[in-house]
Design a protein around this ligand. Structure first.
Ligand code: WT7
Length: 649
């Protein structure tokens, strides 16, 4: 199937979807022409303690940037995710927990969720946590992670979830930066058959943690762990000492809900601040319409709560809609590459949302792992996190969806809180690899990168910025508003700048071409590294590819490719030549790789993102500048790559 293929919305998708093409057009127009009216209307999906009379107060003018939504409204986010469902959904499953070892699923009803969250909230209060205090959550994918987040929201504490795959040093920095009062962790974190001693990591982090910080420990496994008197507390022991009732704290719409640290292209991680009212309006609304969620559906997002996807589309968005959200403790390849499909079959999953890197990894393991599973409950497939190459898209569509399930390629960022650009399953004909169309209220523009001039019309390429605010936009960088303003509002005045490149094709579809910091310039030609990668993975021998630039005497920058082969394919000089030729013929002579290295594994973060920074340094022979490799899923990958560096011609 070539790249220009467009898959029309099938009648079956149309008939079950909440939003058809006419509705999309009408609502979109209204959301842009009259955002005040549109969002006032859609804010009603949330139960407010005091309904907002003001909708939006936005100033995108550099350097006075200020963003407020529903600013005189009052609500409690936990109430919206839990309490309000008790009346008619108390016995319905809120959290469907799939433990690391297959066959140990647990159903937690809304009623049970309410009890757990209230207890948890009372424990936090007992430890001295008050409204506005920060709480760091360093937990694996267990129900207690959701309880902890919701308990914070209930009492007005600001959580900061730190991915359980992060090192003690990363945890320490985040606890110190957020000046947290409590760190919540677990004794052990089983994942993929291995257990990480999470509490031990936490103890190590505590060696550098400033101030009087308490540690609350979930007993995930039977293993014991040393406890420090006066500092460490077992959750189950504390729960025995507190009551079952806990009122929801009334919060202003603009009170912070959470901080989530994310890496920028430079410098230390930024504490992205999200607030309450706009965030829950937008995440619940996108969850409902993008995934076409209907009451009774079983929804599964494979992300980790340590990332924004886990916040918005495992916990807050789905639970605000009263959905059953599947929380998955394991990995897509444990005990083998059929795990996801087994889980989909067993729990009759209706919506499945994952990352292109997972799709490519599973594709590389062969179709035999998908075949034979009953995936007939699937109604929507989703992807997020990076551009998806058409080959992976097609594999997902054909092998998983049997060419009968729409794929929503959702483009957004930690900073945006919710999905910005995506097809809607009942409204948008699909193009493999295109994020496609803006969600309601989102007005993207393509800018000429140097001049910042708006590129009107179709068939244009540049960087993507957003013209006006949407409710779940980040409000600031924690304790550093200047950094917020300078990162996102300085370069292109009057816009939120995403730092991504994009094109709008002849049909008005938006394609994200990748971070602009990943763009390379070869002989004066701008080239998305994603473009070269896409060409490489289009070859049948290739499972995954990562491409970086390196300084080149003549061309300015040269192209260095790292390639992971399909299982069962052996690397050879002939294959290397063939792949180089393949790229040259796919994109043009200008894209001919200068070096191509076979990489049995890529240096990936534990969330599956390839760390290009490291690949760039290796390609540049700057081995003393590799920086921190401790957050990699497998740091030994780097040694192999260094040993097998290629001559750059
Ligand atoms: C960056 C944000 C938002 C959840 C996960 C990532 C890239 C994200 C897509 C997509 C192409 C995408 C962008 C963006 N990205 N989704 N559907 N197509 N690129 O969150 O870690 O904040 O990363 O991920 O480059 O800027 P994040």
């Amino acid at each position: 199937m070539n790249r220009m293929t467009m898959i029309e919305v099938k009648d079956e998708w149309k008939s079950r979807a909440k939003i058809d093409k006419a509705t999309y057009d009408e609502w979109y127009k209204q959301s842009i022409d009259d955002p005040e009216g549109f969002w006032k209307q859609h804010a009603k999906r949330i139960d407010w303690i005091k309904e907002p009379t003001k909708v939006k107060s936005i100033n995108y003018t550099y350097p006075d940037v200020s963003i407020k939504w529903f600013e005189d409204g009052e609500l409690n986010v936990c109430y919206n995710c839990v309490d309000r469902h008790l009346k008619d959904k108390g016995d319905k499953t809120a959290i469907l927990w799939e433990a690391d070892e297959p066959g140990n699923a647990q159903h937690i009803t809304f009623q049970q969720l309410h009890e757990h969250v209230c207890k948890f909230a009372n424990v936090l209060k007992e430890l001295g946590v008050q409204k506005g205090d920060r709480v760091v959550i360093y937990l694996p994918m267990i129900p207690q992670a959701a309880y902890a987040m919701l308990a914070c929201a209930r009492i007005g504490a600001i959580h900061s979830v730190v991915f359980a795959g992060f090192s003690p040093g990363a945890l320490r920095d985040r606890v110190n930066d957020s000046e947290a009062k409590v760190v919540i962790t677990a004794n052990h974190a089983p994942r993929g058959g291995k257990a990480t001693p999470l509490k031990k990591n936490t103890d190590k982090a505590f060696e550098g943690i400033e101030g009087d910080v308490k540690c609350l420990v979930v007993k995930r496994t039977g293993d014991d762990t040393p406890m420090t008197d006066g500092r460490d507390f077992w959750l189950h022991e504390m729960e025995g000492k507190v009551g079952n009732d806990c009122d929801c704290e009334p919060m202003n719409a603009e009170d912070p809900l959470f901080i989530l640290y994310t890496s920028g292209s430079t410098g230390k991680p930024k504490g992205v601040v999200h607030t309450s009212g706009g965030y829950i309006v937008y995440t619940s609304m996108t969850h409902e319409y993008v995934f076409d969620y209907h009451p009774g559906d079983i929804y599964w997002c494979t992300a980790d709560v340590g990332w924004i996807t886990g916040h918005s589309y495992i916990v807050y968005g789905p639970l605000a809609n009263g959905a059953t959200t599947l929380v998955f403790e394991s990995t897509p390849t444990y005990p083998d590459a059929s795990r996801c499909w087994k889980v989909c079959e067993e729990h009759k999953v209706n919506q499945f949302y994952t990352a292109p890197t997972a799709i490519r990894a599973l594709m590389g393991k062969g179709r035999k792992h998908v075949e034979g599973h009953d995936l007939s409950a699937l109604k929507i497939l989703g992807t997020v996190g990076e551009p998806i190459n058409p080959e992976a898209w097609n594999w997902y569509y054909e092998e998983v969806g049997h060419s009968n399930v729409p794929i929503v390629d959702t483009y957004w960022q930690t900073e945006t809180g919710g999905i910005l650009i995506t097809p809607l399953p009942g409204a948008t004909p699909l193009k493999p690899g295109a994020a496609s169309k803006p969600f309601f209220g989102v007005k993207p523009v393509i800018l000429e990168p140097q001049s910042g001039e708006v590129l009107e019309g179709n068939g244009v390429e540049g960087v993507i910025a957003i013209t006006d605010s949407w409710p779940s936009q980040m409000r600031t960088v924690y304790k550093d508003h200047e950094r917020f303003v300078n990162t996102y509002f300085q370069q292109y005045k009057g816009y939120y700048f995403t730092e991504d490149g994009a094109k709008r094709d002849e049909d008005g579809y938006i394609w994200i071409t990748g971070r602009v910091d990943d763009v390379i310039n070869v002989s004066g030609h701008r080239m998305g590294t994603a473009e070269v990668e896409s060409a490489l993975v289009a070859h049948k021998a290739v499972s995954e590819a990562a491409v970086v630039g390196f300084p080149h005497d003549v061309k300015g920058q040269g192209i260095y490719c790292y390639v992971t082969l399909m299982e069962g394919t052996e690397p050879s000089d002939d294959l290397r030549d063939e792949l180089i030729k393949h790229v040259r013929s796919e994109i043009g002579p200008i894209a001919k790789p200068d070096a191509l290295q076979f990489a049995p594994d890529m240096p990936k973060t534990r969330s599956g993102k390839i760390m290009r920074r490291i690949l760039r340094k290796i390609a540049e022979d700057k081995l003393d500048e590799l920086g921190d490799t401790s957050t990699l899923a497998d740091p030994s990958v780097v040694d192999h790559l260094i040993e097998n560096r290629q001559n750059k011609g």
